[in-house]
Design a protein around this ligand. Structure first.
Ligand code: SF4
Ligand code: SF4
Length: 231
């Protein structure tokens, strides 16, 4: 996914959750992206807001949203049913964009014109660019209404950031018993010779393979660091 694709998915959602950290305490609010270019994704806030202070202090933000609905239905047994759709999130570094720079961008790209008008109307408004980030789009169809598998996960990055691997991995300890193949309702596991392998784009990290493996061959990996092995 390139920046235009990423922006398109966020823009289709509209209102997004923007998360920051203030003295170690997570903070969220609803905001939206209003433009993109080769430098990143753009949003606005006001210099009077705590959001602005947190963005400047940490230089970081995390954004997420869900499409087409956040509503959850329930079946006869009370289990949740999610309409097919996607979630998307991006986490990374931000920088404030000077008004003169924004005006220069507006001269070349209409998307930035609204930002200029808004700041002219509300002078306390300012612009930030998420310029170095990683994230993922999580496309789900849990009932498999439109395809034969539940999940298509697409990881992305831009601005020189790399995508940390987070998920499950089968090690050389695998004896090929196939228990994980049967346990995986996401159809994320296949054969590679005698052993099994996990397709990260289909894996929900649900842990069913982890709990069923008789020889502890399934690892939990976060940011390429093994944080826990099956005991
Ligand atoms: S359950 Fe464990 S040993 Fe069996 S195939 Fe899966 S990873 Fe390999
Ligand atoms: S963690 Fe869940 S979704 Fe991922 S491979 Fe294991 S059983 Fe399948």
């Amino acid at each position: 996914m390139n920046i235009a694709d990423i922006y398109g998915k966020f823009d289709q959602i509209g209102s997004l959750v923007f998360a920051t950290v203030d003295k170690g305490i997570p903070q969220t609010r609803i905001a939206h992206l209003f433009a993109f270019d080769d430098d990143g994704l753009y949003f606005r806030t006001m210099v009077t807001k705590a959001f602005y202070k947190q963005l400047n202090e940490t230089g970081m933000v995390s954004i997420c949203g869900m499409y087409p609905t956040t509503r959850i239905r329930h079946d006869d047994e009370g289990m949740p049913i999610f309409e097919p759709g996607y979630t998307i999130r991006a986490t990374g570094e931000v920088r404030e964009i000077p008004f003169e720079t924004l005006k220069a961008k507006a001269g070349q790209n209409e998307m930035f014109t609204l930002g200029v008008k808004d700041i002219e109307r509300y002078p306390a408004m300012t612009t930030f660019c998420l310029h170095r980030a990683w994230g993922e789009a999580y496309d789900f169809d849990f009932e498999m209404a439109h395809r034969s598998h539940k999940l298509e996960r697409t990881r992305f990055c831009f601005g020189g950031q790399k995508v940390p691997f987070q998920g499950m991995r089968i090690t050389e300890a695998c004896i090929g018993c196939g228990a994980c193949l049967e346990a995986c309702s996401f159809k994320a596991i296949g054969r590679d010779g005698e052993s099994c392998v996990i397709d990260p784009s289909r894996c929900d990290v649900c842990g069913d393979c982890y709990t069923v493996c008789p020889v502890d061959a399934v690892e939990i990996v976060i940011e390429d660091t093994l944080v826990q092995g099956a005991a």
